[in-house]
Design a protein around this ligand. Structure first.
Ligand code: NAD
Ligand code: GLY
Length: 368
């Protein structure tokens, strides 16, 4: 098992990564489950795959689960589900020192974390991430949010979990497409700050996706350690360091918006394409060698992920994609910061990018 400390000021916690953590839930949570009934938030798919195992683990340790099972999917990150969840937690008589368990992907983690942030002005929660994306990104760092009609993740809070247990076994029941989408966030850590890790992904990414447990543990631990360093240094995204974690996200978000945030393009798939676009845009500005940008595209193609925006058949132009970016929550006094690259492993925040320039670049990519 790998144990990664996240040293946020005042609320340090551990991310534990290994096989069998969910089966040993009670001992892993030692001292944190204060009552016989333990509130567990999840979604229908995760409950079908892991509900019985969690019931068994809690029962063995002298507890029982109080389940709240939401419909699977992004739509559950809503005001309605937030209100119903907080009402439910109040009905469960959850106190500020109690720990709510969030068993699922980023949707369950984000919603549960936000509910925990506002319940009685803040109760404890434990992340039990069951997707690769949640294990390497969303369960760590304390960003919580819901979506509103105005856009994704526009209402939320910073609220750190008390503990994160990333069980590699959970990935065995994850649909392969979801696994690949989460893999994009693994590659992100290499591209933004660690060329050696990107080279490791080149050599081992296919094995990781095929189920190699050693490769999975290494990649998740390495990714979490990278995120933990960034979050410890810039928890509230005030210095620009944490903003580097948005590599590929501004382009990717526009693609997700253009496809209606539907199954046509999963978040991680949009991020992979977005990182290819960020690399090519950096190359077009003369910041990064073209060969390095094409290396990024080739890597995703080689592991079976879409790497060309033109292949999505979007039927729109660059200006339409850029229109989605104008509503980005990172927009600051009319300037949208972009994470660009000086090379693989060397991301930086650019604040001199005109959206017209981006639209023209995207026209070229859509016509490739
Ligand atoms: P998700 O939570 O919707 O999970 C993806 C799908 O996999 C769902 O259908 C789910 O039911 C299913 N699933 C999850 N675990 C499973 C398992 N072990 N076996 C079988 N099925 C399983 O999506 P996600 O990709 O994990 O997360 C996306 C969300 O995360 C978005 O809302 C995004 O905004 C958010 N996010 C948040 C942060 C953050 O820092 N808070 C970072 C990145 C993404
Ligand atoms: N996923 C981006 C962040 O945590 O900052």
């Amino acid at each position: 098992m790998a144990v990664i400390p996240v040293d946020v000021a005042g609320r340090p916690y551990e991310v534990r990564i290994g096989t069998g953590l969910l089966a040993n839930l009670v001992s892993e949570c030692r001292g944190r489950l204060r009552k016989a009934r333990v509130p567990v938030m999840t979604d229908t798919n995760v409950y079908a795959a892991w509900g019985a195992a969690i019931d068994h683990a809690l029962h063995q340790g002298g507890h029982e689960a109080a389940w709240r099972i939401l419909p699977a999917g992004e739509a559950s990150k809503s005001w309605d589900q937030l209100a119903a969840t907080t009402d439910w937690l109040l009905a469960q008589e959850v106190e500020r020192g109690d720990h709510v368990l969030a068993l699922g992907g980023g949707v369950i983690g984000d919603l549960t974390g936000f509910a925990a942030a506002i319940l009685k002005r803040g109760c404890q929660f434990i992340q039990l991430p069951t997707t690769l994306l949640a294990q390497v990104d969303s369960s760590v760092g304390g960003k919580t949010a819901i979506n509103t009609p105005a856009g994704k993740n526009l209402v939320g809070a910073f609220h750190q979990p008390a503990l994160v247990l990333a069980d590699l076994a959970a990935l065995d029941t994850l649909p392969p497409r979801e696994l690949r989408a989460g893999y994009a966030e693994v590659v992100k850590y290499g591209l933004l700050g660690d060329g050696t890790f990107f080279a490791w992904c080149d050599a081992n990414g296919a094995a990781l996706l095929a189920g190699d447990a050693g490769a999975r543990e290494y990649a998740i631990a390495h990714s979490v350690a990278a995120k933990a360093r960034i979050v410890a240094a810039d928890e509230r995204e005030t210095t620009g360091l944490r903003a580097l974690l948005n590599l590929g996200h501004t382009f990717g978000h526009a693609l997700e918006a253009q496809t209606g945030f539907s199954d046509r393009l999963l978040h991680g798939e949009g991020v992979a394409l977005g990182m290819v676009l960020a690399a090519r845009f950096s190359a077009a500005r003369g910041l990064m060698p073209r060969a390095s940008a094409e290396h990024v595209a080739r890597h995703f193609a080689e592991v079976g992920m879409a790497s060309e925006v033109a292949a999505l058949g979007l039927n729109c132009d660059g200006a339409e994609l850029v229109a989605h970016m104008r509503h980005d929550k990172k927009m600051d006094a009319g300037v949208l910061p972009f994470v660009l690259m000086h090379g693989i492993g060397h991301a930086f925040l650019a604040t001199d990018v005109a959206l017209d320039e981006v639209a023209a670049f995207l026209d070229g990519e859509l016509a490739r």
